[in-house]
Ligand binder design. Structure first.
Ligand code: MN
Length: 427
């Protein structure tokens, strides 16, 4: 299904006056501080967050899954769903595919379909953390780090296949999360696993096209509960440095031990020119995969405070890094959840753009902790939602994407079209 332009315009018309009033108030407040809102709005309009193909169905835990119906049953329907999101917020114009679940039968047709929705192909993701039906060798004891050369070769070959699919679709990055590790002390020789992984990664790296990036993700635990081969940003950075310029670290917000200073990691990776991309989500305890900004919006803001520096270093390109949402859970409509996540990201970005960076640099130079905190929190406590709405409106989206999603009964219509039991692959 598609969102009818008339319905969208009529919806926006009803909220236009109220929105204009709120925006004018904020513009006045910001202009007192010397902030030009037009520049901010343009930045927000440019910002595009990739939607992963696996987030379009109801997520689950290992204890169960409670699907809500109308899930996309194939790649075409996944692209359609992202088309819906993008039509509503004009900020979800990227899709990130997971192979083997999203292998396109006809790449040219899939490319055209995505282009019709204004969607481009972001990083392609490989999967060696589970066995697929018919797979010759098992990844039970690892893939790229496996002790058996034949298993490592199979895992490398899978990644090369993912690159080939990505090339056919116009993707420019391979994203890799390696679940390899061990569950018990003594099970694995740390250095041996590291060296075997490096060799496998080098084989993949060599096959990357010149204009591609290799995004290397890290995670401290789960599914392995004693050690993970790429456990933290330092290990990922070490691999990337050994691999070369095309390899960069991918930060998943849920992949850190409690209380890790995430914003500092981001700041240092930017400084080292080794930050490649982001997986946005939120968490209270571990890799919770909750809606972005639902638990720790101030953390998200502090991360964007660093990212604004990175974006500035990249010449002001809002898409200097590969942005993606990586969240999944049981209780929300997945499309509404994604709309909430994208909005939370844009809000954090807009707030971070409000920080008086010159004054902050002075406060830091003078060791003025109070002044620095005031500057950050003044920006964080500004209600920037009118700017985000204006950006979406100007780009042709809805003033209230979730409101319109509900008013148009999109989920009910998707259930009518696809059925209650239609289940998305990739979870
Ligand atoms: Mn991730």
């Amino acid at each position: 299904m598609i969102i009818e332009k008339d319905a969208l315009d009529a919806f926006n018309e009803r909220f236009r006056v109220k929105h204009a009033r709120q925006l004018a108030r904020l513009e006045e407040e910001l202009s007192d501080k010397g902030i030009r809102t037009q520049v901010l709005i343009n930045r927000l309009q440019d910002f595009q967050v990739a939607i992963p193909s696996w987030a379009l169905g109801t997520g689950g835990t290992r204890f169960g899954r409670f699907p809500g119906g109308g899930e996309p049953g194939n790649l075409e329907q996944k692209i359609e769903d992202i088309g819906l999101l993008h039509a509503l917020n004009r900020s979800s114009g990227r899709i990130s595919l997971h192979i083997p679940w999203d292998i396109p039968e006809d790449a040219a047709r899939i490319r055209n379909q995505a282009a019709a929705f204004g969607i481009r192909f972001d990083a392609v993701n490989s999967n060696t953390f589970q066995d697929q039906p018919g797979q010759e060798l098992s990844y039970k004891f690892g893939s790229l780090s496996h002790t058996a050369p034949a298993v490592r070769r199979q895992a490398v070959e899978h990644n090369l296949e993912v690159i080939r699919h990505g090339m056919a679709l116009g993707s420019k990055a391979l994203s890799l999360w390696l679940s390899d590790g061990s569950c018990f002390p003594g099970q694995q020789n740390f250095a041996g696993a590291f060296n075997r992984t490096l060799e496998s990664l080098q084989a993949i790296y060599e096959a990357l096209p010149e204009d591609w990036q290799f995004l290397v993700e890290y995670k401290p635990y789960e599914p392995n509960f004693y050690s993970t081969v790429i456990q933290d940003w330092g290990t990922s950075h070490l691999f990337c440095t050994k691999l070369g310029e095309k390899a960069n670290v991918l930060v998943d917000l849920g992949h850190h031990l409690p209380n890790t200073n995430l914003e500092q990691i981001v700041g240092i990776l930017i400084n080292e020119r080794k930050l490649g991309g982001f997986h946005f989500n939120d968490s209270r305890y571990g890799d919770d995969d909750l809606t972005v900004g639902s638990i720790r919006p101030y953390l998200l803001f502090l991360i964007f405070n660093e990212l604004v520096d990175g974006i500035r270093l990249a010449g002001g390109d809002s898409n200097a890094y590969a942005w993606m949402i990586d969240a999944s859970h049981n209780v929300k409509d997945p499309l509404e959840d994604l709309l909430q996540s994208v909005e939370a990201i844009l809000i954090a970005y807009a707030q971070a753009l409000l920080i008086d960076r010159e004054a902050l640099a002075v406060a830091q130079q003078e060791n003025d902790a109070v002044g620095a905190q005031q500057l950050l929190q003044d920006a964080f406590r500004t209600d920037v939602r009118p700017l985000v709405r204006e950006a979406m409106l100007r780009s042709g989206g809805a003033l209230d994407p979730i409101g319109l999603f509900r008013e148009l009964n999109i989920r009910r219509r998707l259930i009518e079209e696809r059925g209650m039991s239609s289940q998305a692959t990739g979870l």
